[in-house]
Write a protein that binds this ligand. Structure first.
Ligand code: TYM
Length: 341
């Protein structure tokens, strides 16, 4: 097969399920904004179809989708520069996902750690959508011929599966139609951990609200959660190596580094030797300083959801302009009569 080069295009998505966390912000959204501001072509989705793979109350889903859009805007995404839309308004996502359901193998899906974690011991009772979730994610990405996918560490396996689907499709049909996308996992906080347990990921679905910082938390709540964060009795080491066996300490230092846009080594040079009683207030001040403007702007934007809905509607139109010809071409390659290849 000849080498085909694809125009660089960035795509990523976040589920509108629950509240946005500091993990979503540092692992994903902050990079989304940087990539937009580097002048790249950027498409960011609110993946409402992924969210319903586990039960969502309809009113909560509607609120969470708009709040996620408000979060994107408040963090610095600009609808003139990036395409912002919710997945269900672009039906091509589910259409391509069906094709990929027929390309992906059961064994590939069964190996997904997110499936194993989320379905738990009761796989028979999980939705079929939860199992097929990664094929829909592959469709999200490949529908735009996206090449760069900014995500946190926990999504790496799904982007790798997307690569496998693209490779198998291209091989099966004998043409290099889909690009092989690259995960972009960068920065000091690609895996932000729970504030209560340094071995668990910070997550919007953790039952304990004290385990996470939500982008909607006010300054007092942020400070309280950091003050109560689990740590150990030792002062901070002066080199990153000294954090290796100290998951909770490492997590707080990583958060500090990401929020202050420094490397972990730079942070260690400043805070090495300090007790947590001194470091935690520094971290709380920094977190409030960076996050309060975002939460205030989110609250302001949520005051006028008609503007948010307009942005999502316009984003969906622009997304379909790219997606529709790629889906038609895919149908044509697969052999569907009537496809406008
Ligand atoms: P979701 O909604 O779970 O998370 C959205 C993004 O936030 C990152 N993230 C974290 N990063 C660091 N530390 C954490 N504790 C943390 N928690 C979440 C995630 O890695 C992700 O980048 N399947 C995806 C959504 C999706 C998608 C896509 C992503 C659907 N289609 C296409 C990229 C491209 C998900 O559930 O993310």
């Amino acid at each position: 097969m000849s080498e085909v080069s694809f125009t660089p295009r960035v795509f990523s998505g976040i589920q509108p399920s629950g509240r946005l966390t500091l993990g979503n912000y540092l692992g994903a959204m902050k990079r989304f904004v940087e990539m937009q501001d580097e002048g790249r072509e950027t498409i960011y989705c609110m993946v409402d179809l992924h969210a319903i793979t586990v039960w969502q109350d309809p009113a909560d889903l509607r609120r969470a989708t708009r709040e996620l859009c408000a979060g994107y805007l408040a963090a610095g995404l600009n609808p003139e520069k990036s395409i912002l839309f919710n997945q269900s308004q672009v039906p091509e996502h589910t259409q391509l996902a069906w094709i990929f359901n027929c390309v992906a193998r059961m064994g590939w899906m069964q190996r997904m750690t997110q499936w194993k974690d989320k379905a738990g011991k009761n796989q028979q009772n999980a939705s079929l959508g939860l199992f097929a979730y990664p094929a829909l994610m592959a469709a999200d990405i490949l529908l735009y011929h996206a090449t760069h996918i900014p995500v946190g560490e926990d999504q790496k396996q799904h982007v790798e599966l997307t690569r496998d689907i693209a490779i198998k499709f291209n091989n099966d049909f004998g043409q290099e139609f889909f690009p092989i996308p690259e995960p972009v996992i960068e920065g000091a906080a690609t895996r932000v951990m729970s504030l209560r347990d340094g071995s668990k990921k910070m997550s919007k679905s953790d039952p304990s609200d004290m385990s996470r910082i939500n982008l909607t938390d006010d300054a007092d709540t942020i400070a309280k959660k950091i003050r109560k964060a689990k740590t150990d009795p030792e002062p901070l080491p002066s080199e990153a190596k000294g954090l290796e066996e100290r998951a909770e300490a490492r997590n707080l230092v990583n958060i500090y580094a990401a929020l202050s846009e420094q490397s972990v080594d730079q942070v260690m040079a400043d805070v090495g030797g300090k007790a947590f009683s001194e470091f935690k207030p520094m971290l709380a001040d920094l977190a409030v300083d960076r996050l309060a403007p975002i939460s205030q702007e989110m609250a302001r934007l949520m005051g006028d959801v008609s503007e948010i809905d307009r942005i999502l509607g316009r984003g969906a139109e622009r997304a379909r302009e790219i997606a529709s010809p790629i889906l038609q071409k895919t149908y044509d390659i697969v052999g569907m009569v009537g496809a406008k290849g």
